[in-house]
Design a protein around this ligand. Structure first.
Ligand SMILES: Nc1ncnc2c1ncn2[C@@H]1O[C@H](COP(=O)(O)OP(=O)(O)OP(=O)(O)O)[C@@H](O)[C@H]1O
Ligand SMILES: [Mg+2]
Length: 419
């Protein structure tokens, strides 16, 4: 479809679409595009093509609408000008669907145009643009982009869930860890930090305040009115208030879930079944695989005591971990807990199926995600569907969500620390 536009207008292209500029000059989130420029707009996302003098585009797929003037609010340009005065980190806060990703795209493209090294941290684990869902990603801008997902991933930290709820400390630690990486390893002039839209409730407030303190940003950008947070932090940091992007179509819960399914599917493209020896790697966020294997004599004694076959047994400082085919009765469990004076974790191999994990090694916190297919207690081998080569894996973090390895749909959360 060829679309013509007059002076001082914005064409809003909703994805999934491919766009080619035929005639005229356009600005897309601060990216300057001339005739011949081509780009993609992802599904459930939109991109504004603003032109001063008019022009034409060819759009394949998606939907196009037109608005008068520039959809980038003047307050965004004013914020950019302030931020240009001092390099450092910038945290962007806003409710869901207020234009956080759009603002960051605009800011990143504009700073890059000014010759700055711009790193991005995407701490929005549910609707992440950089890195797959369940992670906080770090990327370095190498060229201006229309979609933040074009920014290559440099490293990431796995949080284990798509929501930081109950894992606030991990999100805060990950953000400050990646912020240091951006400055030390990438020598970034600017580190732009996107956040979740969770800004209310004790959890959302705590998360935002802790992140701010952990990063000590040069600037905090508040999209819309977040006085319940900014009235406090503006006494300590520079806060810039900007307007939400107007006329945004909110994304439903279902759409957000479907965005994530697409992201997992894209992320697992080319994945294969790899075999990991669990005893050769470091493991975090589970009890399982973090202890010392019990001697066979002790396992035999325990088998007799509980009257069940034990497939795998290990002991850690704070837990005895048993892999069995059928769960123990609470009474039997209690009696072993008493004799070992520690928690007993009972896990069936079935429970491990389709659990999402993340691998790291070679100086990277994040080499990629994996989906557990099978654990063989007789060999200690874990079969995982992943893009990461088994020989590169130095450590693994266990997640709290299950993903179907065929459809990449989320199959629900598992209780934290249940494994
Ligand atoms: N200034 C703008 N003009 C036109 N479209 C915009 C603008 N800013 C953002 N958009 C588009 O509006 C939609 C919602 O904005 P965006 O994704 O930036 O919001 P968000 O606050 O990051 O949402 P989420 O909470 O889901 O992460 C996106 O498709 C985005 O591309
Ligand atoms: Mg966003």
């Amino acid at each position: 479809m060829k679309v013509f536009t007059g002076e001082d207008t914005t064409l809003i292209v909703e994805g999934p679409a491919e766009v080619k500029i035929v005639d005229g000059f356009f600005s897309i989130f601060g990216l300057d595009a001339s005739p011949g420029f081509e780009c993609k707009v992802n599904a459930f996302k939109a991109a504004p093509f603003y032109t001063v003098e008019g022009g034409s585009l060819v759009v394949s797929g998606g939907k196009v609408s037109c608005i008068n003037g520039n959809s980038i609010p003047k307050s965004w340009v004013d914020a950019l000008n302030k931020i240009k005065e001092k390099s450092g980190s910038v945290i962007v806060l806003g409710e869901v669907d207020t234009g956080k990703s759009g603002f960051i795209t605009f800011l990143a493209n504009s700073l890059l145009k000014g010759g700055k090294r711009v790193a991005l941290i995407d701490a929005d684990t549910g609707q992440s643009d950089i890195g797959p869902p369940t992670t906080i990603g770090l990327g370095l801008m190498s060229k201006p982009v229309v979609m933040l997902s074009e920014v290559p991933l440099y490293d990431a930290v796995f949080i284990g869930l798509t929501s930081p709820s109950g894992l606030l400390h991990r999100s805060v630690a990950a953000t400050s860890f990646l912020c240091r990486k951006a400055k030390n390893e990438l020598n970034a002039d600017y580190v732009l930090i996107n956040t979740t839209g969770w800004v209310g409730d004790p959890g959302g407030r705590d998360l935002k305040l802790s992140k701010i303190l952990a990063v000590s940003p040069e600037y905090i950008v508040s999209i819309g009115n977040l006085e319940h947070i900014t009235r406090f932090v503006e006494r300590i940091y520079r806060v810039i208030k900007v307007d939400p992007a107007h006329a945004l179509r909110p994304r439903s819960r279902e759409e957000r879930r479907s965005i994530r399914t697409n992201q997992y599917a894209r992320y697992f493209q080319g994945a294969e079944v790899e075999t990991i020896q669990v005893e050769k790697i470091g493991v975090a966020y589970s009890f399982l695989w973090t202890g010392k294997r019990l001697q066979s004599a002790e396992i035999e004694r325990l088998c007799k005591e509980i009257g069940l076959e034990i497939l795998w047994a290990e002991e850690a400082l704070d837990a005895l971990i048993l892999v069995v085919n059928t769960p123990l009765s609470p009474k039997v469990k209690e009696s072993i807990e008493e004799s070992y004076a520690k928690t007993v974790k009972i896990i069936t191999p079935e429970e491990l199926k389709n659990v999402l994990v993340a691998f790291g090694g070679s100086g990277k916190m994040f080499l990629g995600l994996g989906i557990i297919l099978d654990f063989d207690p007789s060999t200690g081998e874990l079969k995982v569907y992943t893009n990461v080569k088994a020989e590169d894996v130095e450590f693994m973090q266990v997640g709290y969500i299950k993903i179907n390895p065929e459809t990449f749909e989320e199959q629900g959360w598992i209780e934290r620390w249940s494994l």
